[in-house]
Design a protein around this ligand. Structure first.
Ligand code: MLC
Ligand code: AMP
Length: 510
């Protein structure tokens, strides 16, 4: 009788004295404390009525306690549902209504707003808080540390992570214990993680990258983390001489390269830099190599699939490629229309199959069916090719998606909001090259004749509706949108037209 994921976490702990996390304030959390506190949290959750399979939604600032709450959910048999701290109440209303969590753990600053939303959907609201303030933390502190872990099998749900949909409606990706465990064990081996490793953790912990790729891999090795609340180039460079590894989105590397303190000496003790979640420019890869002597290891994954491919640990890490399919992951490139596999070197749809691939979208059986082939391959929506050495490259997207600083933005979701504004006829949202975020969200808008709606009004109107990172960095007004003969908006034409928008801004110094 086991708890599939937590047994592996516990089994990887060499000693309870070993360091799990060191915070910026110098607080050391040992593995023993992680076991103790996750037990206390699991008891507190159970006392609040959380039963196996219940969702526990969590929208809190990054902290060690928040990470331990994730582990407590695994132990309690609950389904962990992390939410981006940037989401607005309007966005949360949808997630809470759709997932129907038993509990929402909220940031104190918006707990009252969440209470109204959660009340409609029958969810309890707790704050993580501190001991002594009536919060979940106080309940945990007053609970026993011994907890009888709930039995969970490989196929039981461990987490639901929402990813936006091309139609504008977010979908909850259901991840099982084995989806997480199999991928974490694979990454630990592939990237050679051991108990000696110290990972610089500056990613948010509500998405796959910071939560599963970074944390679970560290847990499987019984390694430790230097935990930053968010990306901060100065602090990362301060920590680097004491660290061995770092994981980040391409923006991290772009920003580190802008720091005069990045050099070979400071990075001399590091053994691995990993990049993912968005394309790493070959230029960034080369510049980083020149400055530090390290070839960034680029890998490719998705919320739905965890990690699919990785450049090799030993062997050539080729800039502009995402490396080889991971052990146990089958990857093929097919004709998007027919689904027939394409010959080496040809570009088509990337499809994957393996223990890493999610179970389906929460309460959306039709969407799930539509995104899997009959033989179980998941259609990623990414366009790519495989060269004759087996390296996979991502060459585009078959889905209308913008990735800004590693966050996904589905244009449809933004267009729906803009189109509702008075004075707007229609809009098209695109991503164009941005020196810091990779792609910058840009709205191209057609106004009604005589309407005085301007850029500021559009952006201000979205403030309560959409998370800040989804809001356009620029709004451009045009007389009409370019369309093909079928009447479809030609976003590629818009992307070409505005390709230099942020580059020009850079030159102008804005
Ligand atoms: C913040 N802002 C962003 C943004 N992040 N805008 C667009 N895109 C982003 N990613 C907004 C801020 O609200 C702010 O608005 C303004 O932009 C400038 O903020 P900043 O201070 O420069 O941003 P910062 O807080 O430093 O954040 C940038 C970042 C962060 C890149 C460090 O976005 C980040 O940590 N990204 C990682 C995302 C991630 O973990 N993705 C993994 C998904 S999993 P204003 O109005 O206040 O000026 C996945 C699967 C896989 O994709 O393969 O891994
Ligand atoms: P998400 O839905 O947030 O998990 O984002 C997954 C998407 O990010 C993938 O489908 C890809 O489009 C993109 N992605 C992740 N890693 C890479 C990478 N290394 N290179 C290019 N795109 C990537």
């Amino acid at each position: 009788m086991t708890n599939h994921m937590f047994d592996a976490i516990r089994g990887a702990i060499a000693s309870e004295e070993a360091v799990f996390i060191e915070t910026m304030e110098g607080r050391i959390w040992t593995y023993g404390e992680m076991l103790e506190f996750s037990g206390r949290f699991a008891n507190a959750l159970a006392a609040l009525g959380v039963t196996p399979g219940d969702r526990v939604a969590v929208q809190v600032e990054k902290s060690v306690e928040a990470l331990i709450l994730y582990i407590a959910c695994l132990r309690a048999g609950a389904v962990y549902l992390p939410l981006n701290t940037a989401y607005t109440l309007a966005e949360l209303d949808y997630f809470i209504g759709d997932a129907e969590p038993r509990i929402v753990v909220a940031k104190p600053s918006i707990a009252d707003g969440i209470r109204t939303v959660a009340g409609k959907h029958g969810a309890l609201v707790e704050t993580l808080g501190e001991a002594g303030d009536g919060s979940l933390m106080e309940k945990a502190t007053g609970s026993k540390s011994e907890f009888t872990d709930i039995v969970r099998g490989a196929d039981d749900l461990a987490a639901i992570l929402y990813t936006s949909g091309t139609t504008g409606r977010s979908k909850g990706a259901m991840l099982t214990h084995d989806n997480l465990l199999s991928n974490a064990l694979t990454l630990k081996d592939y990237w050679r993680f051991t108990a000696e490793d110290r990972l610089i953790h500056a990613l948010p912990i509500f998405h796959t990258h910071g939560l599963f790729v970074a944390t679970n891999t560290v847990l499987m090795a019984g390694a430790s983390m230097l935990f930053l609340p968010k990306f901060d180039a100065d602090r990362i460079l301060e920590l680097m001489p004491r660290a061995t590894t770092m994981m980040g989105v391409p923006t991290f590397y772009v920003r580190l390269l802008l720091h005069p303190g990045l050099n070979r000496e400071i990075a001399a003790g590091m053994r691995l830099f990993v990049s993912g979640s968005a394309p790493l420019l070959a230029d960034t890869h080369r510049s980083f190599h020149e400055r530090t002597g390290h070839a960034i290891l680029e890998r490719y994954g998705m919320t739905e699939t965890n990690m699919n491919t990785s450049n090799p640990y030993e062997g050539e890490r080729i800039a502009g490629t995402v490396g080889f399919p991971l052990p146990d992951v089958e990857l093929r490139v097919v004709d998007p229309e027919t689904g027939s596999p394409l010959p080496t070197g040809e570009t088509g749809m990337i499809e994957v199959r393996g223990p890493n691939v999610f179970k389906g979208y929460w309460r959306m059986p039709e969407k799930t069916r539509a995104e899997f082939r009959q033989d179980g391959f998941f259609i990623t929506g990414d366009l790519g090719k495989i060269d004759d050495r087996g390296y996979v490259s991502i060459v585009g997207r078959g889905k209308d998606l913008v990735i800004s600083g590693g966050y996904n933005i589905y244009p449809k979701e933004v267009e729906v909001e803009i189109d509702q504004l008075p004075g707007v006829v229609e809009s098209a949202v695109i991503g164009v090259p941005h020196p810091d975020f990779g792609e910058g969200v840009t709205a191209v808008v057609v106004r009604e004749p005589g309407s005085g709606i301007d850029e500021k009004t559009v952006v201000a109107s979205l403030a309560d509706r959409l998370a800040r990172y989804k809001q356009p960095k620029r709004v451009i007004f045009v007389d009409e949108l370019p369309r093909n003969t079928m009447g479809k908006v030609q976003k590629n034409v818009l992307r070409d037209t505005y390709a230099n928008l942020f580059r020009e801004n850079e030159q102008a110094g804005s």
